[in-house]
Write a protein that binds this ligand. Structure first.
Ligand code: ADP
Ligand code: MG
Length: 397
C-alpha cells in the first residue's frame, strides 16, 4: 500500500486526531453491539504505547433536527470505550469551541478525548457531510497528525476524513483500514482462481457497477436475492409479484450479454402470495405464478450455486440470496454461508451489512476469512473506485 500507516509516523507527545467509526446501534442509551468499538482498540493501544495525545471523533447515525441530538450523542460511547480501553475518556459534548480547545490543551501523553458526534455539524448547513473547508481546517488545527481508521465512511468525502486530511501536516491510516485494504486487495488484485462472486440483496441499482467489474475480474458471478428477478424478467421469464426494477431491464440485458457463461442465475425459487414469514412453495422451474412472489432461491438453485462454489479459491459474497430475516426464506442464504465456510484453502470475504448479519445469524463468523466492516466502502473498492477518505491520506515517502 502506498499510503502511510501508523508505523510510518512518530507520535511521541504529539496531538493526534483520529477518525473512528463508532456508529454503533444504541437502544434507550444502551449500546447493543460494541463490535465497532472493540475494533478500534488496537489503533488506540498503539497510539497510547507511542505516547500520543489522542483526540477522537466519529459520526453516529444521521442528525437532521435539534431533537436528534439527544439520541445521537456519543456520551454512551465514551463510557463504553473507557471500560473497554481500561483508561478514562474525556468526553466533550461539543464539536468545536473553547471548552474543547482547553480540554485538548490539558491532554497528557496517552490521554483519550472524544469529541461529540461530527454530524451535529450537519445542522448548520451540512458542514460535516458537505466537507465544509472551514470545518475541516478547524478540526485539523486541533492536532498535528491525523489518523483515519473509519473504513465504513471512507467512500464519502466528509470534513472529518477528507477535510482534516487536506488541512493537516501529516496523516496515515489506522490498523482497521490497513487490514480492510489488505483483505480487499486479495479480491481486487490477482485473486487466486477460480474466483467466484456471489451477489444478492434487494436492488440491482445498488450493485450495477460491482457486477460489471466482477464480470471482468471473476470467473463466475452468481446472482441471487431480489436482484435476480430483474435479470429473469429481462430473459423473458414470468416473475409474478417479485421485486423488480423495470427501468433496469435493458441494463440487465447488457450485463447478461457481457457476462455470457460467467453469469449464473437461479433456476427455481421459494414463493408465497404475500410478504410474510409463512411456509412457501418451491417452483418447478424459473417461472413464478402471477399472484406469487419469490423470497428465496429454490432447492435446485441451492445445488447449482453450491456446485459453482465448490472449486473456488477466492470468494467475494455481497448480498443475501433471500429474505433471510424470515425463517421460511433463510435456507438459501444459510446454504451459501455453509458452503463458503466449508471451502478448503479458499480466501472468502463477506461484504455488506446484511450479508455480515446473515453470517452472524447462522454462526459462521469464525469460518470465513474476513468480514468487511464497510458495506458501501467495500463495494466501491471492489468496483475499482478510489475511496476519498483514503486517497486524502499522505503517501509513503
Ligand atoms: P447487503 O447489506 O449485504 O449489501 P442488501 O442491503 O443489498 O445487502 O440487501 C439485503 C436485503 O435484501 C435483505 O434485507 C433481504 O431481506 C433482501 N432480499 C433478499 N432477497 C430478497 C427477495 N427475494 N425479495 C425481497 N427482498 C430480498
Ligand atoms: Mg444492506
Amino acid at each position: 500500500m502506498n499510503k502511510k500507516t501508523l508505523k510510518d509516523i512518530n507520535f511521541e507527545n504529539k496531538k493526534v486526531i483520529v477518525r473512528f467509526d463508532f456508529n454503533v446501534p444504541i437502544s434507550d442509551g444502551t449500546i447493543t453491539d460494541d463490535k465497532r468499538i472493540k475494533a478500534t482498540l488496537a489503533t488506540i493501544k498503539y497510539l497510547q504505547d507511542h505516547n500520543a495525545k489522542i483526540i477522537m471523533l466519529s459520526h453516529l447515525g444521521r442528525v437532521k433536527t435539534e431533537e436528534d441530538k439527544q439520541k445521537k450523542t456519543l456520551a454512551p460511547i465514551a463510557k463504553k470505550l473507557a471500560e473497554l480501553a481500561n483508561y478514562p475518556v474525556t468526553f466533550i459534548d461539543e464539536t468545536r469551541g473553547k471548552k474543547l480547545e482547553a480540554a485538548i490543551n490539558n491532554l497528557k501523553a496517552k490521554d483519550l478525548l472524544l469529541i461529540e458526534n461530527t454530524r451535529f455539524e450537519d445542522l448548520n448547513g451540512k458542514k460535516e457531510s458537505g466537507n465544509d473547508p472551514e470545518l475541516g481546517t478547524y478540526w485539523a488545527s486541533l492536532a498535528e497528525v491525523f489518523v483515519n481508521d473509519a473504513f465504513g465512511t471512507a467512500h464519502r468525502a466528509h470534513a472529518s476524513n477528507v477535510g482534516i486530511a487536506t488541512y493537516i501536516g501529516d496523516s496515515c491510516v489506522g490498523f482497521l483500514i490497513e487490514k480492510e485494504l489488505t483483505m480487499l486487495n486479495k479480491i481486487v488484485l490477482n485473486p487466486s482462481r477460480p474466483f467466484v462472486a456471489v451477489l444478492g440483496g434487494a436492488k440491482v441499482s445498488d450493485k450495477i457497477d460491482v457486477i460489471k467489474q466482477l464480470l471482468n475480474k471473476a470467473d463466475t458471478v452468481i446472482i441471487g436475492g431480489a436482484m435476480a428477478y430483474t435479470f429473469m424478467k429481462a430473459l423473458g421469464y414470468s416473475i409474478g409479484n417479485s421485486l423488480v426494477e423495470n427501468d433496469k431491464i435493458d441494463l440487465a440485458k447488457e450485463l447478461i450479454e457481457l457476462g455470457k457463461e460467467k453469469l449464473v442465475l437461479p433456476i427455481d425459487y421459494v414463493t408465497v402470495s404475500e410478504f410474510k414469514d409463512i411456509p412457501g412453495t418451491n417452483t418447478k422451474d424459473c417461472n413464478i405464478a402471477d399472484n406469487q412472489m419469490g423470497l428465496d432461491i429454490g432447492i435446485e438453485t441451492v445445488k447449482l450455486f453450491n456446485a459453482k462454489l465448490q472449486t473456488a479459491k477466492t470468494v467475494f459474497w455481497n448480498g443475501p440470496v433471500g429474505v433471510f430475516e424470515m425463517n421460511n426464506f433463510a435456507r438459501g442464504t444459510e446454504a451459501i454461508c455453509e458452503t463458503i465456510a466449508n471451502l478448503k484453502d479458499a480466501f472468502t470475504l463477506v461484504g455488506g451489512g446484511d450479508s455480515a448479519a446473515a453470517v452472524g445469524k447462522f454462526h459462521y463468523e469464525d469460518k470465513v476469512s474476513f468480514i468487511s466492516t464497510g458495506g458501501g466502502a467495500s463495494l466501491e473498492y471492489v468496483e475499482g473506485k478510489p475511496l476519498p477518505g483514503i486517497e486524502a491520506i499522505k503517501n509513503k515517502l
